[in-house]
Design a binder for this molecule. Sequence first.
Ligand code: NAD
Length: 358
Amino acid sequence: MMSRTVLLLPGDGIGPEIITEAEKILRAINEKFDLKLTFETGLVGGAALDEEDNPLPDETLEKARKADAILLGAVGGPKWDALPMAKRPEKGLLGLRSNLKLFANLRPAILYPQLASASSLKPEVVSGLDIMIVRELTGGIYFGQPRGVRQLESGERQGYNTYAYTETEIRRIGRVAFEAAQQRGKKLCSVDKANVLEVTVLWREIMNELKSEYPDVELSHMYVDNAAMQLVRAPKQFDVIVTGNMFGDILSDEAAMLTGSIGMLPSASLNSEKQGMYEPCHGSAPDIAGKGIANPLATIISAAMMLRYSLDEEAAAAAIEAAVNRVLDQGLRTADIMSEGGTRVSTREMGDAVLAAL
Ligand code: NAD
């Protein structure tokens, strides 16, 4: 088997602390499953601004292009907030997404039964929740042209945007979603607004066409307003949801909050070669950086996603997820997920516990 490269980009704030723990787990799983992974590291965000005056140095971009997958901590912090737009740490992230053409955003919302009390919904509604939102990330109304604010003949100003998707864009995100459903519960719900928006009439048509290529996946359609309601009414009815950029932006945050714990949420952004960038959903948490108390589990679970979706190593991914489950069963909790009867642990102790459970 060919060697494959994983690029680690710790970034800022708690980024280095959580990436250290994820790297420990990845190195162990690499040995255990003989995955032949090699690891590189790079600078991104504020850390790169400090050293190279550029949030995405050429060297990092070059390494990212060559890597099979990227694991990122987080970027940003008050230190860089006053810089002009082009020199903001976030530009490093956006630059990676656009340069690598990462059009598919995968956001699982998993509620571990051990943490069911963290949700604002009743435990029986959310306990054991495991859904995946597949959001189109590089098209739709956030990027459509023309756009702007114009002066009408009446003298009034009008703001406008364009919601457009080509068949190619719909088909490629559809394929990612159908394939994700095949690897999971084999149910896909496509979310649109086909009663009002022509662009999503086409979206629905293409999803129906694709269905014939995935006979084992059950496809359903739902209007976005209903999907928003169903997500809080009975979220466990969903397996995989696929939707466009704007609806996905909103629904993925809604779904994330069903779980109540930001320190547990992973994400992936993939391109058509399945090359991907994996990162926790949370930010760099400057308020707790350097204290050794950040929850490394979102990053560790992101590493598991990386093994599954970019490196095709399902068994290794499942082993990490099982280890995380065991650690939660043991009652080990970082401060952010602490509950009655739990044992409070540091970032490093949490990483060590997952390692031991492997
Ligand atoms: P944040 O996610 O960093 O923090 C929100 C709250 O959650 C904080 O109280 C923080 O301590 C806590 N928290 C977050 N992750 C945690 C973890 N792993 N363990 C324990 N507690 C955790 O969001 P914010 O405060 O809005 O943003 C802080 C910085 O991060 C900003 O500079 C922002 O631009 C940046 N940011 C980066 C990303 C990214 O890199 N993808 C995403 C969001 C925000």
